[in-house]
Structure formats: C-alpha cells, structure tokens
Design a protein around this ligand. Structure first.
Ligand code: NAD
Ligand code: DAU
Length: 339
C-alpha cells in the first residue's frame, strides 16, 4: 500500500476534526498531520483517542505564518494538502472582517506557495456554497459549479478570494488542485455558535433560541460524515483543476430545523425567540451535486437520520459543549445577541 503524508489544516475544528478522525482510521498507512492554530473554534479534546495512534501528528501553527509554513513543508515533504483552516462564522465576519482576510485569503496563499515549492500531488481547497451568493425561493433552482461567484458577506467574500487564488495557482503554475463547495454541515463537534448546535444546547438548558428575521431563510443541510466521504473521494479521484459541489438535497427553513430539534427533545416552541435579522442575510442555498455523484458519491444520511444522530451525540457528549459555552463563549453570546 502506498504511504502518503497528508497535511490537514484546521483539523482541530468541526469539519477538519471529523475529517482527521475519518482519515486516521481509514488509512492507517498514511501519516495524517493536523495543523491548527487552536483559535476559539479549535480544540484537541476531540482528539484524545488519537493521541496514541502512530499515524496521527499535531502541529500548532498559523497558516498565515509564511516562514513557519515554508520550513514545515520543506521538512516533511507532504504529498497531499486538505485545507479546512479558516475563520468560518458569518456573524463574526460582519463584526470583525479583518481576520477573515488574514486567515482565509493570506493563509491560503501561503499554503499554495509552500505546496508549489515542494511540488505536492494534490491540494484540496475546502470551500463553501456561500461563494455563489444566494438563490431565491424557487425550489427548482440550484447552485451548480458554473453558477457565478457572487459572495454577500465578508466571510463568503474571503472564501471566494481564496478560491480564485487556488484556481490561479493551477492555471499559472500547474498546481494540482480541487476546490469543493459544500452546503451547511451539521453533526458531532459542531461549535455551538452555529444554528443547529446553538439550538440543541440552548433547548437542553431551557433557554430561548434566537431565530433571525422571520425564520424562513433556507439552508441545505449535510451531515459532516458525508462531507468527509466526499472530500476523501475528491482527494483520490477528483479530476485535477475541477470544482465539485457537495450537498444532499436537504433544504429546510431555519424555523423547520429549530422546531424539529425542539420536538425531538420534547420541549415547547415557546423557546423560539424571533430576533433582529442578520445583515445581508442570504435567502436560500441549495446544491446540485450531480457532478460529484458522477464521481461515485452519495450521502449516507437523510436530514431525519442525521439530525437524530446529532441530537443524541450532543446528549451523550455534554462535557465537550458545556466546557465551551461556559467559557469565553458567554461574552461572545451576550455581545452578538444584544445588538
Ligand atoms: P471551524 O471554525 O469549526 O474550524 C476552523 C479551524 O481552523 C479551527 O480549528 C481553528 O482553530 C483553525 N484555524 C483558524 N485560523 C487558523 C489559522 N490562522 N491557522 C491555523 N488554523 C486556524 O470551521 P468548520 O465549520 O469546520 O469549517 C472548516 C472549513 O470548511 C472552512 O474552510 C469553511 O469555510 C468550510 N465550510 C464549512 C461549512 C460549514 O457548514 N461549517 C460548509 C462548507 C464549507
Ligand atoms: O453554507 C455553508 C456555510 O454554512 C459555511 O460556509 C459556514 O462556514 C457555516 O457557518 C454556515 O453558514 P450559515 O451562515 O448558513 O450558518 P449558521 O449556522 O450561522 O446559520 C444558519 C442559518 O440560521 C442562517 O440562515 C442564519 C440562521 N441563524 C443563525 C444563528 C447563529 C439564526 O436564525 N439564528 C442564529 O442564532
């Protein structure tokens, strides 16, 4: 079996963390390097079971630190890079956009440059459907890989900028890349600032759930494991230079999502509190995954099976999320929702 050295950036966060666990288990003959700065969104508690594994390695570093990244690449000579590290929360990008440019744009360019210098075999850039902007409520329209890039928030603009840099390194220098654009993820280790884990944790504590605007905005939800399976497929089978959209046709209004969680936990809908809308709030996201399906991918979860599994995971892993919401998160929550 071919041994590979795989750099996963952002592997202490939600999706990167699930991906690291998936890869360490699935490819015992690969060396998986998790590089993460451990910002507010990253933690190593989730990887306690990996510490003893010989094929797992952790590096604490900032992807935007050119010197450190270049010397790490020179030293390890990675075969593959799977790039998740980012500032990922839209609300935070509205309050403080600068760090989104630094991490998402500058950090991505540093990784591209280092990858070019050592001649890696594949760079998978994990992007988002938000770079396409928003759809209206016509249920027959979807984002395809050919939908124009039209980001609306500082977060999605910074991701779009990074996508274009990745494309340019392929077109100009022939760097072997793929870009993936996934819809909203949910599942284990989702940080409780995002809608689904925020709702689960607050409902479990009998606290009000803030719903922006009228709650009719639509998101297309994908279980994080199905995202990991898709990225693995793109890493190994994706046609170099191509973009792949990832989504499983699970469109729900925010209100539907919140009500599903409340009823699964046997609580009252009185917990719903409509609050001031998000600035520039995208109406609807919906993915056409045909291109990825042709590569052999299909989701293993429906929204119904995935949300049930996720709620159960939050019930079984209170220690993880309670430790987060009892820390600095409280200040964030108060500031964000008192506006
Ligand atoms: P997250 O916020 O949970 O995790 C981000 C991780 O990146 C954290 O561990 C953090 O410590 C690390 N990080 C941040 N800045 C860094 C830096 N300068 N150097 C090194 N590490 C740094 O994010 P997520 O939700 O897991 O998203 C991961 C990726 O997937 C992002 O690129 C995001 O744009 C993309 N994405 C997310 C979703 C979603 O629904 N969450 C959907 C599609 C695409
Ligand atoms: O589509 C992919 C994107 O999904 C990723 O690129 C982002 O990294 C990820 O954070 C997510 O972005 P969203 O903005 O869609 O996710 P969020 O969980 O923040 O919000 C989901 C919907 O719920 C959105 O319409 C806003 C609404 N919402 C969110 C919060 C936090 C509320 O109504 N109340 C809230 O308190």
């Amino acid at each position: 079996m071919l041994k590979k050295k795989v750099l996963v950036t952002g592997g202490a966060g939600f999706i990167g963390g699930n991906f690291v666990q998936y890869m360490v288990d699935k490819y015992p003959h690969y060396d998986i390097f998790n590089l993460d700065l451990l910002t507010y969104a990253g933690d190593l508690m989730k990887h306690r079971d990996l510490e003893q594994k010989e094929n797992y390695h952790f590096v604490k570093a900032d992807i935007a630190d050119r010197e450190v990244i270049l010397s790490l690449f020179e030293k390890v000579q990675f075969d593959y890079v799977v790039h998740f590290a980012a500032e990922s929360h839209v609300d935070r990008s509205i309050t403080d956009p600068g760090i989104f440019v630094q991490t998402n744009v500058v950090g991505t360019q540093v990784l591209l440059e280092a990858s070019k210098q050592i001649g890696i075999s594949k760079f998978v850039h994990v992007s988002t459907d938000e770079v396409y902007g928003e759809l209206d409520f016509d249920p027959t329209t979807f984002f395809t890989e050919d939908t124009p890039i039209q980001p609306n928030s500082p977060y999605s603009a910074s991701k779009a900028a990074s996508d274009l840099l990745v494309r340019s390194y392929h077109e100009t220098y022939g760097l072997p890349i793929n870009i993936t654009r996934c819809s909203n993820n949910y599942g284990p280790y989702h940080f409780p600032e995002k809608l689904i884990p925020l709702t689960i944790s607050r409902v479990l504590n009998d606290q009000k759930v803030p719903v922006y605007g009228d709650g009719k905005n639509i998101r297309d939800w994908l279980h994080v494991l199905d995202h990991c399976i898709a990225i693995d497929l793109v890493l190994h089978e994706g046609v170099t230079g191509e973009v792949y959209n990832i989504g499983g046709h699970n469109e729900k209004t925010n209100l539907e999502v919140v009500k599903t969680i409340i009823s699964t936990l046997g609580k009252s809908e009185d917990l719903i509190e409509f609050v001031k809308d998000r600035l520039g709030h995208d109406k609807r996201y919906a993915i056409d995954p045909t291109k990825l399906e042709k590569l052999g991918w299909e989701p293993t979860y429906t929204f119904e099976t995935g949300i049930a599994q996720t709620i159960q995971w939050y019930l079984d892993n209170k220690e993880w999320w309670e430790q987060i919401i009892n820390g600095e998160y409280q200040n964030y929550f108060e500031k964000q929702y008192s506006k």
